[in-house]
Design a protein around this ligand. Structure first.
Ligand SMILES: C[S@@+](CC[C@H](N)C(=O)[O-])C[C@H]1O[C@@H](n2cnc3c(N)ncnc32)[C@H](O)[C@@H]1O
Length: 222
């Protein structure tokens, strides 16, 4: 019998135990099938027309939060609440809360109504505010951020939030394309992407399945 044959079952056992423990950790989530059904039904019943993200991007944000067990989230640019619902849905499972900022009163009010109808109000602190000022005032710390307001301010938002983002946390931004390519590859978005990529303590990737999302993980404080 070869050494490989003797060692093989042991290796399989170790790998299985590893995946079992990872799985057990990720299963440490609050399950509420009634809430899940209500949110799914609400998302299905709505037509999102107010500059809202596509569902595929909502799913991406949801997955990032669940995978990393994030609990303190900030969104800049609520609009009528589509992305907020995906984020808060994930936080309802991790035991977290979302602060979301919107400058337009009409959209803010519509978002409040949408959060209520989706059954997610208790996981959301929605604020009618100018994010240019509010982001500076918020204490944090945050472990998840979604930036989706005025694109020419993306880099400033990032600079203000960076000290309040935990190591291991994630900063995401919407409508980002590869620099010099398509909508999202120029102007404020390109300046932001160039900047975050220049930082050695962040690891950034682009997800281009929907409207273009940059995903930047903070690896260390500096
Ligand atoms: C692209 S929409 C956000 C869509 C939203 N994330 C969703 O998927 O449902 C951008 C929003 O940012 C808001 N906004 C723009 N500048 C802002 C500012 N300085 N402070 C707060 N909100 C701002 C706009 O009013 C608009 O509703």
């Amino acid at each position: 019998m070869s050494i490989f044959k003797i060692k093989f079952p042991g290796i399989v056992l170790i790998i299985s135990l590893f995946f079992l423990s990872t799985n057990m950790y990720s299963q440490n989530l609050r399950e509420d099938s009634q809430l899940d059904n209500r949110v799914r039904e609400f998302l299905r019943s709505q037509r999102w027309y107010d500059m809202n993200i596509p569902s595929v991007d909502g799913q991406l944000l949801y997955d990032i939060i669940i995978k990393n067990n994030y609990t303190s989230a900030l969104e800049i640019g609520t609009s009528t609440g589509h992305s907020g619902i995906w984020i808060a849905w994930a936080l309802s499972k991790t035991g977290g809360k979302l602060i979301t900022l919107e400058i337009d009163e009409g959209r803010y009010r519509e978002a409040l109504e949408n959060f209520r109808e989706a059954g997610l109000s208790e996981y959301i602190d929605a604020r009618l505010a100018d994010a240019h000022e509010m982001v500076k005032e918020l204490e944090g710390p945050f472990d998840f951020v979604f930036s989706d307001a005025d694109k020419n301010w993306y880099k400033n938002y990032f600079i203000d939030i960076d000290p309040k983002l935990k190591v291991g946390g994630c900063f995401t931004a919407h409508n980002i394309a590869e620099i010099g390519r398509g909508y999202g590859g120029y102007g404020g978005q390109a300046d932001f992407l160039r900047y975050v990529r220049s930082l050695p303590n962040y690891e950034t990737s682009l997800n281009t399945r929907g409207g273009g999302v940059s995903v930047s993980y903070k690896k260390s404080e500096k």
